[in-house]
Design a protein around this ligand. Sequence first.
Ligand SMILES: [Zn+2]
Length: 172
Amino acid sequence: MSNGPLPKRVDPRKLAEREVRIAGEADLNGMPNLCQTIVGEKGVVNVELQFAVDEQRIRTITGSASGHVFMTCQRCLDPVEVAVEAEFNLGVVASEEAAKQLPRSYDPLIVEDEEIELLPVIEEELILSLPHDAYHDDCTVKTSFGEAEAVADDTDKPNPFSVLAKLKASNK
Ligand SMILES: [Zn+2]
């Protein structure tokens, strides 16, 4: 799927009235808060958003953002690829007060002006969808072979270097 970039600013109420569907790529480099959590090369996520008005006349934005990012593996501290799958289920409201009236099935999106910046909205959902800690699936294997020194100090296993030293000694 190859789409152009998403529009930077949108008028969610107008788009809802017209039941507009937009799809495009959101650049992760434009998301400073998310960039504090992720590491390495930052690409794009594919975003699809449907603007609509529901039967209670609530303007809604539903859709998804998907892609992948890199986070620091909390076991070996190397980057680990994390799949991103964020779901949007937003109800557009004008104030905090109106947000409290919103049915619970919607997350409130407070839009005081006509237009909003789209990227921060996507950024927030992406941050919420990311795991708190990321680990490699095969990290145990990786550390026991690749970073023997790192695991040696917190396990009862003999240090491979001292085993090696003994072998060398017994060969003499
Ligand atoms: Zn790891």
